[in-house]
Design a protein around this ligand. Structure first.
Ligand code: GLN
Length: 304
């Protein structure tokens, strides 16, 4: 029997002392208020057990992690059509890179880079009656937690400074790959990224990807084949130009966000979330990556 609690405590105590904690994101001004001293880990086992340490119950901005949740909702609406509007190949480039999008005629490489996520936002807006409210309700529903909300200050902060996202949305529109107005798509996207959760809520939100599409409350939201596909996309594209490194070091499907969160999972086994706001040069949580590498190495639990 694996000693999950003992393992995360040892990793936490070890990394808490790390001299190098990374740099907190500041291109979204509101995010720069976070301290790089924050650090939390939470495990949600599929059998219901939980293990946690540090700042696991402090809410943070999940940012790009939300792209996976949005994708799961969009896939439930348009299983095949969606892949005519974006690809499933790793981009090998930063999350906000633009030149590939121009070169490849407005078809984003995958749904987890910003351009792909903007197309996913467009799909959700076309299908949902009250897009922001309905998406929030979906997230609350799969997590079984009505206290989850958008942080409106973070959304407004990115609205003011998200120049590259404005550029990506305009480029997509120029290639006819957005059906709704650019401003409406961006407004939805900035809110989606501004979802706030703590590590425990994040682990619960991703339970359905570890459980063949069934959420924490045993409701089937996507098919097991769709869950498999989303896990494959997380593995190959979840960390942008560091996806290879994450697979190499950690060996789990996962997703990062510039708020410092990372969630990763072993299908049919567990979901693990980490939060440490200091980022590495590729925009992924420095301590989070190290914690997950140590976790899969010590427990020998990975998909490989
Ligand atoms: N909202 C952020 C952006 O679009 C998300 C980026 C991220 O978390 N990697 O820039």
């Amino acid at each position: 029997m694996i000693d999950y609690q003992g393992t995360i405590e040892a990793i936490y105590n070890n990394l808490k002392q790390a001299p190098e904690k990374g740099i907190v994101a500041s291109y979204i001004p509101e995010l720069s208020k976070q301290s790089s001293d924050r650090f939390g880990i939470h495990i949600q086992h599929i059998d219901g057990r939980t293990f946690q340490i540090g700042d696991w119950n402090v809410p943070f901005s999940i940012q790009s992690i939300s792209k996976v949740l949005a994708l799961s909702k969009a896939i439930a609406f348009e299983d095949n059509l969606i892949w005519k509007r974006m690809d499933v190949e790793p981009s090998g480039n930063p999350f906000n890179h633009l030149s590939l999008l121009e070169l490849e005629n407005g078809i984003p490489r995958n749904p987890l880079i910003n351009a792909g996520a903007l197309v996913v936002s467009d799909i959700l807006i076309s299908h949902l009656k009250h897009p922001k409210e309905d998406f929030l309700n979906y997230v609350r529903n799969i997590t079984g937690d009505d206290t989850i909300s958008y942080n409106l200050d973070v959304a407004a902060s990115e609205q003011r400074t998200g120049y590259r996202n404005h550029a990506a949305a305009n480029l997509l529109k120029s290639f006819d790959n957005l059906n709704n107005d650019v401003d409406v798509v961006l407004d939805f996207y900035f809110h989606q990224c501004a979802l706030e959760m703590n590590c425990a809520q994040l682990s619960k939100a991703f339970y359905l990807f570890a459980n063949k599409g069934k959420c924490f409350n045993d409701k089937q939201h996507i098919s097991s084949s769709q869950a498999k596909r989303i896990n494959a996309i997380m593995l190959t594209c979840g960390f942008y130009d560091e996806a290879g490194e994450f697979a190499f070091e950690v060996g789990l499907p996962g997703k990062s966000g510039v708020g410092g969160g990372i969630v990763a999972l072993l299908p049919n086994d567990f979901v693990i979330s980490t939060w440490a706001p200091g980022l590495n040069a590729k925009g992924n949580s420095l301590l989070g990556m190290q914690a997950l590498e140590q976790f899969t190495t010590r427990t020998n639990r990975s998909i490989f």
